[in-house]
Design a protein around this ligand. Structure first.
Ligand SMILES: Cc1cc2nc3c(=O)[nH]c(=O)nc-3n(C[C@H](O)[C@H](O)[C@H](O)COP(=O)(O)O)c2cc1C
Length: 404
């Protein structure tokens, strides 16, 4: 049973916060609610007092003179749902001009925001920058959904359903309790080498062979590891991701990635290979654009160097190697085969035939296959949460290796 602080701000989705509170209470948690003045224009505070059985923290009537400190210290987790564009901006800027915002500034527990707003508001560059900045500060943002909005337009910006928000909050709470110690202790100061994104294999100056990898999984791993205090070297193919990570090393081809990987391999404690490296590359790159002539054109491809196999066969006893397997069928068989052939410590396998996860999606579902025969399925979660699981498992393995 945990202490859950629910913040409610002024949007149409306020009524959904009542379902959220009810969900937490029914699950046996202690719930307190804080509301902005604007939220009270949508739903009265009495509703929340009846549901939570606790006094609501409001601007006009604070339970104690320093309620913002009391509520902040009481909370094991704080979820703001709905989170307006206004409140998102103010939290990011560190503004504390009402009770809810003052409480947020005084929190020592995880903060989760469930944004809800009109699509144009959501896509506004200022809102997007605020969300990105909050994420980089460790605030958990629950993805909005696409659908029919109160303003009768259809698009992104709809608040996630209360049941999904509740699930996420509980997950963060339990994950924090289970992993906080491990995350804090084991990754601090560890050197992690991560590869991400696709490679491009040029045929001539304007044509190339590539794949659907977006790089999101590799970047999520690098960003989470960075937040946990690890030293990150990220080698990235060309991706459409803006990241505030320092020192990203960009490459184009599989051969570039191999060479840069070799330069950084020895110093790494944990190596996570999330890049989708081309298996084959044209045997000859034309200097000039190939002209259209014959009915049939043959392209000869040759195997690229196998970076994962190199790492597996050259790693020391104190290096942990994690490979990825993106499969469309027979996932378990291929993953286990890869684990043994490449001499990896963990293979993170995902089913890329599924539309709701994998390439270019913000979510993923991964099964981790371990050298000792264990396996662990993560369930469908955001790539950031999956990244935390992979990092924690890698850190535990590293610790075991070091203690052997
Ligand atoms: C009918 C109505 C619906 C609104 N819905 C939203 C919304 O869903 N999301 C949002 O960010 N702002 C919405 N707004 C604007 C906010 O209420 C406004 O920005 C307000 O200042 C937010 O205050 P607060 O963040 O302190 O609660 C709405 C305004 C009105 C009048």
């Amino acid at each position: 049973m945990s202490n859950i602080l629910v913040g409610v701000t002024g949007g149409i989705a306020c009524y959904k916060a009542a379902y959220l509170v009810r969900e937490f209470v029914r699950a046996g948690h202690n719930v307190k609610v804080m509301m902005t003045k604007n939220a009270e224009k949508f739903v009265g505070h009495t509703t929340f007092e009846a549901l939570s059985l606790n006094k609501v923290l409001r601007d006009d009537d604070t339970p104690t003179p320093i309620s913002h400190i009391d509520y902040a210290l009481w909370a094991d987790i704080c979820i703001i749902a709905p989170a307006t564009a206004n409140i998102i901006g103010k939290i990011n800027a560190g503004i504390a001009d009402n009770e809810l915002l003052s409480t947020v500034l005084a929190l020592t527990c995880p903060l989760v925001l469930a944004p809800a707003m009109n699509t144009n508001m959501f896509h506004n560059i200022a809102v997007q920058e605020n969300i990105k900045s909050l994420k980089s500060k460790g605030v958990n943002i629950i993805d909005t959904e696409s659908g029919l909005l109160a303003c009768q337009t259809t698009g992104e910006g709809k608040m996630a359903e209360p049941s999904q928000i509740a699930e996420k909050v509980i997950y963060i709470l339990s994950n924090r309790k289970n992993n906080l110690q491990i995350e804090n202790d084991l990754l601090n100061g560890i050197n992690i080498l991560i590869t991400a994104g696709p490679t491009k294999e040029y045929i001539d100056p304007v044509r190339y062979i590539t794949n659907k990898s977006s790089g999101k999984m590799g970047y999520a791993l690098a960003e989470e590891a960075y937040k946990m205090g690890a030293n990150i070297t990220l080698i990235s193919g060309e991706v459409n991701i803006s990241s505030s990570l320092p020192d990203i090393k960009f490459v184009t081809s599989a051969d570039d990635m191999y060479n840069l990987f070799l330069d950084n391999f020895n110093g790494a404690d944990i190596i996570i290979m999330a890049a989708a490296v081309a298996d084959y590359t044209p045997d000859y790159k034309h200097n000039n654009k190939i002209k259209k002539k014959d009915e049939v054109m043959e392209l000869k491809l040759i195997k690229t160097k196998d970076i994962l196999a190199y790492a597996g066969h050259n790693k020391t006893d104190n290096q942990v190697l994690v490979g990825f397997a993106a499969e469309t069928d027979n996932m378990e068989e291929y993953a286990k085969d890869k684990l043994s052939k490449k001499n990896a410590d963990i293979i993170a396998a995902n089913d890329v035939s599924r539309k709701d996860i994998g390439f270019d999606s913000d979510n993923n579902e991964i099964t981790l296959y371990f050298k000792n025969g264990d396996k662990r399925n993560t369930g469908k979660q955001s790539k950031s949460d999956i990244a935390k699981i992979i990092l924690t498992e890698s850190a535990i393995l590293l610790n075991e290796k070091r203690n052997n």
